[in-house]
Design a protein. Structure first.
Length: 447
């Protein structure tokens, strides 16, 4: 991002600066409604492979997006130049686009102004972290892999973003958000082990703990046996649970529900999973990525989506919520899944208490097969093991599954307390590891 001089800006855009910029936009806009969105993002990533750092870079990107509307005709233009002349040009472009656009039948004016919750969305240690801190953490993981004569590949990243929204009706929101991530894949011959973490604080990534976990998985997976396809009891670790629940969460769309195309159609207020399972949005949880407001300028709030197995909530855009009379609109950016009852202390205890099951570390390449039943397919990854009489007896060649999470989570036999899980599609969630009595594997993979 550059200023008028062409030099990089020395600091993140502040609240006061965003207020000034948004006032500048409003003063130059002739539209019926005007919205300004800020995203000023400073990020760094350290990548390593084959136990060597291969990249350690910082990037800075900033943009100001202006959306205007004339009687339901909308136009949006953005700029990376925050000078007065560039902003005036951006407003003019947005207005030209709006005047030649068709009327949007679902257009709504900006959300009403409100007091957004103040949350600790930015951690100073992550803001201060630079290439040297990330390199230190990457070398910690590399050193552990070298000690075991294994190969490690992964990333350590840190970022801070200034995010803002303002409208000509008085709506105004601004906050800084930090994000730190660690991901590691360890290779032992043909076997791999994986672990990942994400947190607002770079000091909470637990690099050593995650690295040792990935190493254990890789070493345990060296000698594999092949199991036939079929229906098995499974022990799903948190990453595997999160992968399946991602698709459940995506399917909570209110529009598809109203059209009857949702797998939840007609099930609002009814039991959809085991009656002990609950799903909440927990934006104030210190280990989740809660925010103060959404990109539409709505406050992020605590909400219950599945209550003791019963579907209580759907995901609404503003137009659908108004049509259905839903207010306030619930958010789900900080999902937390829990099971009522007494959990076991650890995944190891789940194993000890299981007569026979397949232990799944993670799933990947999950895709829908049937949207109406939420039948999914995908493959196990980074550690699949056979458990017999309370012990892991061998690694198992990876399996493809065909299963609906709505069916799989109808009954839970045992579970842990909720733990952190990082999912590429939905971000960070809190979920327990679970034992399910029936899970269908349709074939053995080639690797």
């Amino acid at each position: 991002m550059t200023g008028g001089s062409g030099k990089s800006w020395p600091h993140m855009t502040s609240r006061e600066e965003f207020r000034f910029l948004s006032d500048l936009v409003m003063a130059r806009s002739s539209a019926d409604q005007t919205i300004v969105r800020l995203r000023d993002h400073h990020a760094g990533t350290t990548r390593f492979a084959n136990n060597q750092v291969i990249q350690n870079v910082d990037t800075r990107r900033g943009s100001l997006a202006v959306t205007v509307a004339f009687g339901g005709r909308q136009g949006t233009a953005s700029t990376t130049d925050f000078t007065a002349g560039a902003i005036q040009h951006t407003v003019a472009r947005a207005e030209r686009i709006a005047k030649v656009s068709p009327v949007d039948p679902e257009y709504l004016p900006p959300a009403n102004p409100c007091a957004f919750p103040v949350r600790e969305t930015a951690k100073p240690e992550t803001v201060a972290a630079g290439p040297s801190r990330r390199l230190e953490y990457a070398n910690e993981a590399i050193g552990q892999c070298r000690m075991e004569n294994l190969l490690g590949a992964g990333i350590v990243s840190s970022s801070v973003a200034a995010v803002g929204i303002a409208a000509d009706n008085g709506l105004f929101g601004y906050e800084q958000r930090t994000d730190a991530r660690f991901s590691l894949t360890v290779q032992a011959g043909d076997a791999t082990g994986w672990s990942a973490a994400a947190h607002r604080s770079i000091d909470h990534l637990k690099i050593q703990e995650r690295t040792l976990a990935a190493i254990r998985k890789a070493k345990s997976g060296r000698e594999v046996q092949e199991l036939p396809a079929g229906t098995y009891p499974v022990i799903l670790e948190p990453a595997a649970v999160a992968g399946l629940w991602t698709w459940l969460i995506w399917s909570l769309d209110a529009k598809s529900y109203a059209k009857g195309t949702s797998p939840f159609a007609g099930k609002l207020g009814h039991l959809v999973v085991d009656e002990r399972i609950s799903l909440r949005n927990s934006p104030d949880h210190p280990d989740l990525m809660g925010e103060g407001f959404t990109s539409d300028g709505l406050p992020s709030s605590e909400s219950v989506w599945v209550d003791h197995g019963v579907l209580r909530q759907l995901a609404y855009d503003r137009f659908t919520a108004k049509r259905e009379g839903v207010n306030p609109i619930p958010t789900l950016e900080a999902p937390a899944l829990s099971v009522k009852g007494l959990p076991v202390a650890s995944i190891q205890d789940l194993v000890k208490n299981t007569e026979r099951a397949i232990l799944v570390t993670n799933f990947w390449y999950i895709r829908p097969v049937n949207d109406r039943s939420l039948l999914l397919t995908g493959m196990t990854r980074d550690g699949t093991f056979l458990v017999e009489k309370g012990e892991i007896v061998s690694a198992v060649k990876n399996l493809r599954f065909h299963e609906s999470p709505l069916r799989a989570f109808r009954q839970v036999q045992a579970w842990t307390h909720s733990m952190e899980a990082v999912n590429a599609e939905i971000g960070k969630v809190l979920v327990p590891a679970m034992v399910l009595p029936r899970f269908t594997f349709s074939s053995v993979t080639r690797f």
